[in-house]
Write a protein that binds this ligand. Structure first.
Ligand SMILES: *Cc1c(COP(=O)(O)O)cnc(C)c1O
Length: 397
């Protein structure tokens, strides 16, 4: 039997007939599908790189590339010409390094972890040094080991999270007279980049410009995704977008310039009729106002579909796309299941085994984030690991 025989022999899904037998079987068995469009991520990176020229456009792939998969995402971006990658933790760096081209630069945003110098050296990862203590420890390691790999210096300009103070950074300036000072980047991070009118943006940019300009010969980086859209005064020598690569709107007050990169579908395991006046789900928060047809789908809060989006009487709930139409969520979100009101669909429009689209088909990560009471970042990083992942490859450049 060929792959296409298998695919057509199982009538529940519109399967791509080019799939292998194993892949077709895996998709039939999956409760949900998480589709990551690497071509869209590459297109998003190119758009951000174009907006930031002549600054270098790096890529932030922490938290498993915001849930999209750090290895496939970084591989696709490296193929498109991205040369600098940021992860949060040392273990993320360890997992990613073997997938990167040798020339790629890899920074660890959380900084230098005590007693781990040899790990940074083994994988040629650069810590983003966030305090004088870290810098001292890093220097001890370099002196003892002879390791000559670089590090970034993080300077805090108003976030009050990680980073040395500008005055502390100033105290480090004499270090630049050493041929081997080891600093390959100075950076800071914006607290309010998604709010263009916030006065802190200008204050942070000015403070960073002043101190960074004194680190002669060391490239400087300030902007995250939203920071890129604040204009050239925020671009410096390198930009560090994360969320926008994955389709989150970096300009929340305007239309989203990015392409959606993530799709989520969940399987309809049952279709049931509910009488008028009956309630649906835990807590009986949702009442059928008419004879109602429900699609029960296999995803829930354990898959990152927040309980906050549940359907409550009198409140507009989140929507999913079923048979090409938007349909509201009915009742509370369970751990593994969601009920969707499909009463308005044509009778035979949908069957058990079909998929409902939870993200995609016009339902954006940002829209869902509003229903969840959070931001697109948390939607993506909460997606969970029960989905069968499908990667749409990046087209050759
Ligand atoms: C996460 C992070 C970024 C990327 O931010 P986005 O808003 O996702 O673009 C950039 N820089 C630092 C220091 C970060 O922690």
């Amino acid at each position: 039997m060929t792959a296409s025989d298998t695919a057509t022999a199982l009538p529940t899904l519109d399967m791509d007939v080019s799939l292998s037998v194993e892949e077709a079987a895996a998709r039939h068995a999956a409760s949900g599908l998480l589709t990551v469009d690497l071509d869209a991520i590459v297109a998003n990176w190119r758009l951000l790189a174009g907006k930031s020229t002549p600054a270098e456009c790096a890529a932030v792939v922490k938290a498993d590339a915001y849930g999209c998969g750090a290895v496939p995402v970084a591989t696709a971006l490296a193929g498109a010409g991205c040369n600098t990658f940021f992860v949060a933790t040392l273990n993320e760096a360890r997992a990613l390094r073997p997938a990167l081209p040798e020339h790629a630069v890899l920074y660890v945003l959380d900084g230098f972890f005590p007693h781990c110098g040899d790990v940074y050296a083994a994988i040629d990862a650069r810590p983003v040094i966030g305090s004088l203590i870290e810098l001292a420890e890093w220097d001890v390691f370099r002196r003892r080991s002879g390791w000559r790999g670089g590090a970034a210096l993080h300077i805090d300009t108003g976030m009050n999270r990680l980073g040395v103070l500008p005055a502390e950074a100033e105290g480090l300036l004499p270090r630049l007279r050493q041929a081997d000072h080891g600093l390959t980047l100075v950076m800071s991070h914006l607290a309010c980049a998604d709010t263009p009118d916030h006065p802190l943006n200008g204050r942070q940019a000015a403070a960073f410009r002043e101190i960074a300009s004194r680190f002669t010969g060391v490239p400087a980086a300030l902007a995250n995704s939203s920071g890129i859209f604040l204009g050239p005064a925020f671009h410096f020598d390198m930009v560090r977008p994360g969320a926008a690569l994955y389709g989150v709107n970096p300009t929340p007050e305007a239309d989203n310039p990015m392409k959606p990169a993530v799709g989520v579908e969940a399987r309809i395991v049952q279709i049931r009729e509910v009488a008028r006046g009956d309630t649906v789900g835990y807590g009986a928060t949702w009442t059928a106002r008419r004879p109602t047809r429900l699609a029960i789908v296999t995803a829930g809060y354990a898959d990152g579909y927040f309980r906050a989006a549940g359907g409550v009487d009198g409140v507009r709930s989140a929507e999913a796309v079923v048979a090409g139409q938007r349909c509201p969520v009915a009742g509370r979100i369970s751990m593994d299941l969601i009920a969707i009101d499909i009463t308005d669909l044509a009778d035979k429009a949908v069957r058990r085994g079909h998929m409902a689209t939870l993200i995609g088909g016009g339902v954006t990560v940002d829209e869902l984030a509003r229903h969840f009471g959070t931001i697109g970042y948390e939607v993506l990083t909460s997606l969970g690991n029960r989905y069968h992942r499908v990667y749409k490859p990046a087209a050759a450049a």
